[in-house]
Structures are given as structure tokens and as C-alpha cells.
Ligand binder design. Structure first.
Ligand code: FES
Length: 104
């Protein structure tokens, strides 16, 4: 049971702690490659997040293609969203399969 005088937690537990650590590193070194499938540096992903103010991983992927290959970098995109916006990332996927970086 959680004591009623506990401070409210605005953040859920980080589901990918390694990705959270990498997100901090990406902000310190924006030239690091976040998505190796497409060679997308963290700076590009961070710019998309800041300019669109999105919390949705699929939105970031649609704009810059990061996360549209093997998808193993999606937790890093989500962690960067969390780090930049201070909000929980939205994992909602777009409708339909994705082929060649384009939703069909
Ligand atoms: S590393 Fe980003 S899609 Fe594979």
C-alpha cells in the first residue's frame, strides 16, 4: 500500500532503462547514430520531436524514418521523447503494414 503522504509520481517506471541512459547520451552527443538501419543521428530525431512536439513514436518514424527498419531503435526514440518532452511516449502504431519506410 502506498502511503497517502507519498509525493505524486508524474512518471511511470522506465520500461527500457538502457534506452533511457542512451537518450541522455544522445542529448550530450547529438551526432551519435540513433537508428543504424537508416544512419539517422540522434540530432535528427531530437529535432523532429522538438519541432512537432509529438509524444508518438510512429509520428517520429514517419517523419525521419528512424525506427522503420528492424525497429530495435524504437525504445531509444521513445526514451528521447520522454527525455525531451518530459511526458510518456505514445506507442500507438499507424494502421497497416510499413513497407520501405512508408506506411501503406
Ligand atoms: S536501428 Fe532503427 S530501424 Fe533498425
Amino acid at each position: 500500500m502506498i502511503p497517502s503522504d507519498s509525493p505524486p509520481s508524474s512518471r511511470q517506471a522506465e520500461p527500457f532503462p538502457e534506452a533511457a541512459a542512451r537518450a541522455k547520451e544522445y542529448l550530450r552527443h547529438p551526432d551519435l547514430i540513433l537508428c543504424s538501419c537508416h544512419g539517422i543521428p540522434a540530432e535528427t530525431v531530437a529535432t523532429v520531436i522538438r519541432r512537432s512536439n509529438t509524444r508518438r513514436v510512429a509520428d517520429v518514424s514517419r517523419v525521419c524514418t528512424a525506427g522503420t527498419g528492424c525497429a530495435t531503435c524504437r525504445p531509444d526514440i521513445a526514451a528521447l521523447i520522454r527525455e525531451i518532452t518530459g511526458e510518456e511516449p505514445d506507442w500507438t502504431l499507424d494502421e497497416g503494414p510499413m513497407l520501405g519506410g512508408e506506411w501503406v
